[in-house]
Design a protein around this ligand. Sequence first.
Ligand SMILES: [Zn+2]
Length: 234
Amino acid sequence: MATQLSQEIYKLDTRISNVYLVKNDSGAILVDSGYFLERPLIIYQLRRLLGAGKRLTAVLITHAHPDHDGNLNAITSRFGGDIYMDEKEIPYAKNPRRVDLSKMDALGFPDRIIFKTMTRIAPVQSISAVDWNESWKEQFGITAIPTPGHTPGSCCYMHHPSKTLFTGDALLTALPPWTVKQKICLPSAIYSTDYEQALTSVKNITELNFSALCTGHGHPILEDASQKVYAAMY
Ligand SMILES: [Zn+2]
């Protein structure tokens, strides 16, 4: 079952990519929607966490890779929620054949399967672009921070009340698709559209002040996270 990480933040029990729920008196926000193979597990947990008949306020997407936006249609059709992502990411989420398959040959077997399934995700139609300054700030204390490079519109979300940073794949604590080995790590070069830009974004992340780090893959770091990230990177 889901793990409560702090007063308002829950991590759903998943294996392939991480899905988080921010819940307070004014509603609930989902950060990323997970991979399609884990859909029943995610929906079951959301139903329990939200409570009978409760809806999502919004679903915030860190980037339009299918292990993160793969359940958008299934989740929002059941639980509602306006979908937000960086505007540069929207064309990818709306494109059913969004993935550059030219890199396929460089990949190992498990990655090829994941890449191939990327083209099978139903495109999402109704998406709003995040507002960098005021998004969800009043209701949830969450703002978006652009961290491009892994994808053109990768972004992080900061939950200010708990100083928790959600990074998607801009910064990780395990390298996908295998998440056995845990350590703070950079985004994968093969999966990233602009690796130099991704490294600049990691540098920008190390300059932020956050207590908890909730990555797209790997276990969250719940204490002194920005110091630990800085120590790992320098
Ligand atoms: Zn990922």
